[in-house]
Design a protein around this ligand. Sequence first.
Ligand SMILES: NC(=O)c1ccc[n+]([C@@H]2O[C@H](COP(=O)([O-])OP(=O)(O)OC[C@H]3O[C@@H](n4cnc5c(N)ncnc54)[C@H](O)[C@@H]3O)[C@@H](O)[C@H]2O)c1
Length: 283
Amino acid sequence: MEFKTIGIIGAGTMGIGIAADLLFHRMNCILVDITTAALERAKAEIIRIIRFAPLANPSLPKLNVEEAISKITFTTNIEDVYNAEFIIENVPEKWEMKEAVYRELTKVCKPEVNFAVNTSCISVTKVASITDRPDKVIGIHFMNPSYLKNCVEAIKGYHTSEACINNAKALLDQMKKEVILVNDLPGFVTNRISHLFMNEAAFVVQDDVATPAQVDEIFTKCYGHKMGPLETADLIGLDTVVNSLDILYESYQDPKFRCCPLLRKMVDANLLGRKTGKGFYNY
Ligand SMILES: NC(=O)c1ccc[n+]([C@@H]2O[C@H](COP(=O)([O-])OP(=O)(O)OC[C@H]3O[C@@H](n4cnc5c(N)ncnc54)[C@H](O)[C@@H]3O)[C@@H](O)[C@H]2O)c1
C-alpha cells in the first residue's frame, strides 16, 4: 500500500517537522491544532523548512513552495482527519491531553486506521487502552527534526498487532526511515537513558560545577557526541523534558528520575529553549 494522506495531530515542534518530512516524501497531510495562531506559526515554519532544509541536506528534494504547502490542510477541526489513512499524534507530553485526543480520534477515524503515538515517555499500552483499537496503536518516537533524521524508535504496545507494525513500517519506509522496534515501558530506550543525562547536566549547572557551554563541550569535544545534553534539552523544549521526567518518576517510582529544580524554574520563566528563543542558550 502506498500512503497518500496522513493525519498529524499537534502542530508544535514535532508536528511541524513531521509535516515537512511528509511533503519531502510526496505525501499530503491534514495538520490539526487547537488554535489558528499555532497553525499560522506552523505554516510559516514549514515554508522556511522546505526552502532551507535542502540547502543543509542535499538529499532532500527542492520543492515548489506553493505547490508543497497546498498539500497540507491546516485545521482546528479534528473531524477533518476522517480521510487520513494513518494518524501521527504529537500533542504535549501530558496524559490528560493525549487521553482527550485519543477519545476524539476513536470517534472520528475510520475503524481500519492505525494510530502512532509520538511520545517521549508515556506508555503506548496505556494510550491504546482508551481507544477502540488497541491492536492498531503503535509508538513511533520520531527524532527531532524529523526531516533530517533517518531512523526512529518504534514501540510495540501490549496489544499492538503484527499488521499494525507492518503498516507503520510501510509508512516509515516511504519516509526513508530505518525502524528500531522495542517493547513498551515508559521512556522506552531513548528517553529512559537520555533524560538522566539531561537532568544530571542541569544539576551540574545548578550546583555551579560548570557552565552550560562547558557541560556540552565535554560531551562534544571529549566524548565526540554530535550535541551536548543541554543543547539537546533546548532543542527538545524544556517543558517537554520536565513533563517526561515527571512521567518517568511517577512510572518507576525511582528517585533517579527526580526533576532538577533549575529545569522547573526555567520552565516557569518561559525559558523553554529554541521554541521561545531562550533556554540554556539564546537563539
Ligand atoms: N520535542 C522533541 O524533541 C520531541 C521528540 C520526540 C517526541 N516528542 C514527543 O512528541 C509530542 C509533541 O511534542 P512537541 O515537542 O511537538 O510539543 P509542542 O508543545 O511543541 O507542540 C504540541 C502541539 O500540540 C498542540 N495541541 C495541544 N492539544 C491539542 C489537541 N487537543 N489537538 C491538537 N493539537 C493540540 C499544541 O497547541 C502544540 O502546538 C510529545 O509527546 C513529546 O514528548 C518530542
